[in-house]
Write a protein that binds this ligand. Structure first.
Ligand code: ADP
Length: 428
């Protein structure tokens, strides 16, 4: 459009000049006036039309410029931004930057930026080898220092001005990273808690398995000792000493059984209290951890938890442990496929809140299903085979049942369970 403006201007000018020439001709030679006057009128009309075109183009261009100006203003005002001189002093800063550091503009102008972000050094710009980008220090982000002495993490993007003026040498755009850092710290803490719970849960599961497996041989050994004692009693005084020894052995067997049961009860924290929780919130709070688990193996993890009728009685960290276990398994199953994906779905149903974790891995063969839930069953090199049995125990402790079928949406495995709704909380 703008390229056509000079053409329209030239046409307008030529038509106006030609119209003037025709009028002059008509005045000079009245005999030709009959032909020249209509021609002059026609040319004037053409000149006017060309002028209207020029005017319309000019006004639409100034409108576009004004819109772009407004856009730049909004972008500039909402981002904390400042300019530095070649030696690192603040030559300009906007209101958002003043608010970020809680300084008055006049107090900040002319000060070294290193006063606001200790450790900042102009030499880093040259060392970056680029004319723009993210400027990081050894710990990643900078520490901003406000005028009241408080500190906050700040991210710095830079762009060298074209031409490299001494006064406006580099533009910085700043981002307050406090919220992001807090969210990361929260995710780290949750991760550490989940690791601890995982260790306790798997120890508990192993103790439960040991207790179950040892119960039979211990009872059998007890039975044999009882039979031996009956034989020894028949041997009269000669057998008395052996009987006493057998009693001691029997007592030790009973003690072994008690020890295993006590360890199991301790590790599985059977007394863990349930509290009123929202299933969607418990999962959403793990978003960062779950996304990271997927990213490590190139698998997209999608969370789609309906946020209504989702109040359940739960031990939050145990519930989260169950979901993490299932997501990790899904990620491991789907990893390496094109468009590898795990979905966590939560929906309110008539019998409770149903959660399913589905993937597009190979799925599980029908004849393998029940076996997978048994402790120490694994198809992975180095796998402990405890994840599903721990998860099943947790789900059952929450009044649900862990089950599995083929995912109709993704084609891989779909592990699911339904937790009873907390009726009181839902009614309130
Ligand atoms: P581990 O992960 O240590 O093997 P688990 O008890 O979590 O222990 O899983 C047991 C087995 O169940 C796995 O080795 C794997 O063969 C199978 N499995 C679990 N989840 C899936 C899944 N989403 N898709 C296919 N197989 C799975």
């Amino acid at each position: 459009m703008p390229a056509r403006r000079p053409l329209a201007t030239a046409i307008a000018l030529s038509c106006a000049l030609a119209a003037a020439a025709a009028l002059t001709g008509a005045l000079a030679a009245p005999s030709l006036a009959r032909g020249l006057v209509p021609l002059a009128l026609l040319l004037s009309l053409a000149a006017s039309a060309a002028l209207v075109l020029v005017w319309r183009q000019a006004s639409s261009l100034s409108g576009a410029l004004a819109a772009r100006d407004a856009l730049l203003n909004v972008a500039f005002l909402s981002t904390a931004a400042l300019m530095l001189t070649r030696d690192g002093r603040i030559s300009r800063l906007n209101e958002a930057a003043c608010a970020m550091f809680r300084v008055r503009k006049d107090d900040a102008l002319g000060r070294p930026f290193a006063d606001l972000a200790p450790g900042f050094d102009m030499a880093l710009l040259a060392a970056s080898g680029s004319s723009n980008g993210l400027l990081e220090n050894d710990s990643g982000s900078w520490t901003g220092r406000r005028s009241d002495g408080s500190a906050f993490p700040v991210g710095v993007q830079f762009g060298l001005t074209p031409g490299g003026s001494d006064e406006d040498y580099v533009a910085l755009s700043l981002a307050d990273l406090t919220l992001r850092h807090a969210a990361e710290a929260q995710a780290r803490e949750l991760h550490a808690q989940l690791n601890t719970v995982w260790r306790l849960n798997s120890l508990g599961e192993m103790a439960a398995t040991l207790a179950h497996e040892l119960n039979q041989p211990l009872s059998a050994a007890g039975g044999y000792l009882h039979a031996s004692r009956a034989d020894m009693e028949k041997a009269g005084s000669l057998g008395d000493s052996a009987c006493r020894t057998l009693d001691l052995a029997q007592a030790q067997l009973l003690r072994a059984g008690q020890i295993i049961r006590r360890i199991r009860a301790f590790l599985t924290q059977e007394t863990g209290a349930l509290a009123q929780e929202r299933a969607s919130v418990m999962v959403e709070n793990m978003k960062q951890i779950l996304t990271r688990i997927g990213q490590d193996r190139g698998v997209a993890v999608h969370i789609d938890m309906a946020g209504f009728s989702d109040r359940v009685q739960a031990d939050c960290i145990q519930f989260q442990q169950a979901v993490v276990n299932l997501v990790r398994n899904g990620v491991e199953a789907a990893a390496g496929r094109d468009g590898a994906e795990v979905r966590i779905l939560g929906r309110a149903e008539v019998d409770g809140y149903r959660i399913s974790i589905e993937d597009n891995g190979p799925g599980v063969a029908d004849d393998q299903r029940e076996r997978l839930f048994q402790p120490m069953t694994s198809t992975k090199p180095g796998g402990m085979g405890l994840g599903l049995s721990v998860t099943r125990t947790i789900v059952e402790r929450h009044g649900g049942a862990l089950d599995l079928h083929r995912s109709s949406a993704l084609g891989g495995a779909a592990f699911f369970f339904t937790l009873p709704l907390d009726q009181e909380a839902e009614a309130a």
